[in-house]
Design a protein around this ligand. Sequence first.
Ligand SMILES: Nc1ncnc2c1ncn2[C@@H]1O[C@H](COP(=O)(O)OP(=O)(O)OP(=O)(O)O)[C@@H](O)[C@H]1O
Length: 326
Amino acid sequence: MPPLLRGRSSRAPGRLRRRIAPWFAEEQRSGRMRAIDPELAARVFPGALSMAFVSLWAVGAELMQLAIEAEGLVRRFGQVTALDGLSLEVEHGVTFGLIGPNGAGKTTFIRMVVGLDRPQAGQVRVLGRTMPDPVVLAEIGYMPQADALYPDLTALENLAFFGAIFGLTGATLRERMDEVLALVGLSAVAGRLVEHFSGGMRRRLSLAAALLHRPALLVLDEPTVGVDPELRQAFWEHFATLARQGTTVLVSTHHMDEARRCGRLALMRAGRVLACGTPAQLLRRAGTDDMEEAFLRFAAGSAAGEEVSGEGSPGREVRGPGRNGR
Ligand SMILES: Nc1ncnc2c1ncn2[C@@H]1O[C@H](COP(=O)(O)OP(=O)(O)OP(=O)(O)O)[C@@H](O)[C@H]1O
């Protein structure tokens, strides 16, 4: 950090961060961002102009941090190794998908991201802080695999409860509840007890609860299980909109069509990342246009112990010069 910024907080307000995160991600991707030197700018531009520049740089420096940075995560349950040295990087403002067979370690990883479990080795940083960290929790919306709802409360009462946890009250709480209920199509049944809800309706309400406080990071563990195709479509359109607005969405899924809708994907197996990249990159590297086939090819390469150094080879934990194999 340049001397001008030392001792200063570079923490950008949430809304600003979300607005400019996609732009910064693109600038960083293109390499243009790295060419900016705030020290030089401070010398070249006079007074206020240089301060404005340096402030912008400070916001940028924060945004250039990754939303999630996992390094060498290990988690064992007795004889079972759920995470086997997993490393993964997730940029701000993307829909990042985790796919892999049952037992691949997706939920174990997700639980570490949201601070519900600790690694036995390695570390995970979320929004710049090592987890678990209570400060970051206010910035995370989490939809677990099993719905954590109160069946003897109405949908509205459930949301009011979760809103209170995040400090939402009064008109703001009411406005947010209306907004998320409309989004998941439950406005008409807001006053009904959750025990009378179908499985799909419960998933919708869980998503509404995760969105209520407008989190910077939305973590969704198989959000569309039991959700009908029409609503599944609506969910994914909404995830894409959130990502465009700067929210980072980490989502696990078994649906290959959903995997293809992600901005970036990590293919997981046996607690490791087999490959990571955009869906198009992964398909190209695997030499197929079928995501399921691509997964099988990467898995076969990994099982054969292929040490891969070039593009196009399956089995590689794709980590290129940038992040996650770009
Ligand atoms: N609390 C636990 N106690 C014992 N074993 C566990 C526990 N949690 C996870 N495991 C084991 O760790 C491995 C990884 O499980 P995890 O739930 O992370 O996989 P997953 O990829 O999310 O699977 P799925 O797609 O079925 O949800 C599995 O073998 C699982 O049985």
